[in-house]
Design a protein around this ligand. Structure first.
Ligand code: ZN
Length: 156
């Protein structure tokens, strides 16, 4: 079925999706940039669910949102080394989010950033703890680097 729908074979497994933390917690395996990728895919999935009040077929909705996610992030991935989610990872991410239909009790929930307003995935078991927004973390890091650069040129 995958072959017929996508015109190709599914990406080779196994994939790094054994744990919900892989998608939501920054670590040496998970960069802030890949957390942004997860946020974008979930936003595409959510948007597609809003096109009609009729419940959509889950498989179709996954494929259609994965396609829009790829086209939305195409330029970004071409310009940077940020890796796309593959379809298996997107599927696993959705499963951790309770397919976004049953977010209560799901391993991953989405949280809205007070500062930049994006929705980003957070681990539910640590919901009470601060889990930083990936966009703001990238922004803070860029600011820190440019401050460093500025102070080092001043010292010269
Ligand atoms: Zn933010």
């Amino acid at each position: 079925m995958y072959n017929g729908l996508r015109g190709g074979r599914p990406p080779a497994g196994p994939v790094m999706q054994g744990s919900a933390r892989f998608f939501a917690v920054s670590s040496k395996h998970t960069s802030e940039a890949s957390r942004v990728q997860c946020s974008i895919f979930l936003a595409c999935f959510e948007c597609l669910g809003n096109i009609t009040a009729t419940p959509l077929n889950r498989g179709w909705r996954l494929l259609a949102s994965f396609d829009s996610y790829l086209s939305v992030t195409e330029k970004l991935s071409a310009a940077t080394s940020v890796k796309h989610l593959d379809i298996n990872q997107a599927y696993a991410l959705l499963a951790y989010c309770g397919s976004m239909t049953t977010p209560d009790g799901a391993d991953i929930q989405r949280k809205r950033c007070d500062c930049c307003s994006i929705f980003y995935p957070v681990i539910t078991e640590r919901y009470a703890e601060p889990q930083k927004c990936p966009i703001c973390a990238i922004d803070a890091n860029c600011k820190r680097l440019s401050d460093l650069r500025r102070s080092s040129t001043r010292d010269d």
